[in-house]
Design a protein around this ligand. Structure first.
Ligand SMILES: Cc1cc2nc3c(=O)[nH]c(=O)nc-3n(C[C@H](O)[C@H](O)[C@H](O)COP(=O)(O)OP(=O)(O)OC[C@H]3O[C@@H](n4cnc5c(N)ncnc54)[C@H](O)[C@@H]3O)c2cc1C
Length: 385
């Protein structure tokens, strides 16, 4: 891989170099931030970033990342959004790398970080279970400690892209304690281990992006334990480290507004008063979210604690994006339920898919209700119910 310290560039040079690089190297025809890059397309894109030294903007340079300043990380995010690149499956970098940096052994870092960076390993996240979602500490998948290895039995669910991953990081129960958060352990597991079975779940959006994963007497070497046995709750919570600027970006919201505009234009409604009212109302949400995002980014750049503000923005954006997708459906009427793009309307957008794909925005990464509870306690200091 090319190792260049791009912190030395001034911000404008950095932006232009990155822009030119993306234009040449982003090869997928998918130019839609709501779409997900998967399989070979995702790997090719991540490998190209790695090859040319544009991978891992926030990961410290001593661990193989770009170690960019916060301002350059923001520019990086802006340029990806400008080109409307689809999101690759990259949980290894986004979620696991921060955990390894904080809790991993020297050996675990040496083995896993380079394989994450080179996209040799694709990781999925095994947290949720049929009776453990919002109440994650209720998880039951059990790991028996057999000295040099653990034996895992149980089931995970809603595991995004498990069928496309060769590794899974997961929370398991190693003992039952009075407090549910205790007795949980964090393990790294090779998906090729005998006893693992993956069953894709087809969603309403027509995709098989998530799966159930079953574990039947799966042997996991002790070397794959991260942190101490029983400390998994604290380890698992260190996940969100590198997503500062994508968390809270109104990118999807802007995309939904664009689809609303295109739908209105395709239906010849540009001068329709009701349509114009609807468009203005949603455009105001987008302007509010964009202004707040800029302000929150400035706070973060100035060294302030902006994590709660980013979470609040993420929640606002998710709900506002859903409202726009609903408005598109109302506007499109009979056309809204058709599956696939709507070329007869001259539209490149799949309106039904947009509606379906925006439904989970208020579920994954903590549901809207749970986010509200957290923000009420953390940001507003309201008493816990
Ligand atoms: C697109 C998508 C991708 C996902 N990817 C992954 C993944 O890769 N790995 C993984 O482990 N999991 C993943 N998940 C699972 C996700 O984390 C859970 O769906 C989420 O935590 C909610 O859990 P649940 O579905 O069990 O719903 P529940 O927790 O059963 O919630 C049901 C309803 O009750 C409400 N509720 C629950 N508790 C409270 C409370 N205390 N106060 C108020 N309301 C409450 C919820 O808001 C929700 O409306 C994914 C989910 C989605 C939709």
């Amino acid at each position: 891989m090319t190792r260049i310290d791009r912190n030395q560039l001034n911000d404008d040079e950095f932006r232009l170099q990155l822009r030119a690089w993306i234009e040449v190297n982003y090869l997928s025809p998918l130019r839609d931030p709501m779409r997900r890059l998967t399989g070979d397309e995702a790997r090719q894109w991540l490998k190209a970033q790695h090859r040319d030294g544009w991978r891992a903007p926030a990961l410290p340079a001593e661990h193989g990342g770009m170690g960019l300043s916060l301002r350059k990380q923001l520019i990086y995010q802006q340029e990806l959004e400008r080109f409307r690149v689809a999101r690759p499956m990259d949980m290894g970098l986004r979620l696991l790398a921060p955990v390894l940096l904080r809790y991993g052994t020297t050996e675990q870092k040496a083995i896993h970080l380079p394989r994450i960076l080179s996209a040799q390993d694709v990781w999925c996240q095994g947290y949720s279970e049929p009776n453990a979602g919002s109440d994650l500490a209720n998880l039951r998948t059990a790991a028996q400690d057999r000295g040099d290895h653990f034996v895992v039995n149980g089931q995970k669910t809603w595991t995004t892209m498990a069928s496309d991953s060769n590794m899974i990081f997961m929370l398991v129960r190693t003992c039952v304690e009075e407090k549910k958060q205790q007795g949980i352990t964090f393990l790294l597991v090779d998906m090729a281990t005998p006893g693992i079975r993956v069953r894709p779940i087809r969603t309403l959006a027509g995709e098989e992006h998530f799966c159930e994963v079953f574990f039947d007497d799966v042997a996991v070497p002790r070397a794959n334990l991260v942190g101490q046995v029983g400390d998994g709750w604290a380890v698992g919570k260190a996940l969100l480290g590198f997503e500062r600027f994508s968390h809270g970006s109104p990118e999807l919201l802007r995309h939904a507004l664009l689809v609303l505009q295109r739908t209105g234009a395709a239906l010849g409604l540009r001068d329709d008063e009701r349509y114009r009212d609807t468009l203005e109302r949603h455009a105001c949400d987008v302007s509010d979210a964009s202004a707040l995002y800029e302000q929150v980014c400035e706070t973060a750049l100035a060294g302030g604690d902006a994590d709660d503000d980013f979470s609040m923005l993420k929640l606002f954006n998710a709900e506002a994006t859903q409202r726009i997708a609903e408005a598109v459906q109302e506007l499109a009427g009979q056309h809204g339920g058709l599956i696939g793009a709507a070329p007869h309307l001259g539209l490149p957008d799949d309106l039904e898919w947009l509606y379906m794909i925006t439904r989970p925005l208020t579920i994954f990464g903590g549901t809207a209700q749970v986010q509200r509870n957290l923000l009420a306690a953390r940001a507003l200091k309201l008493p816990k119910t």
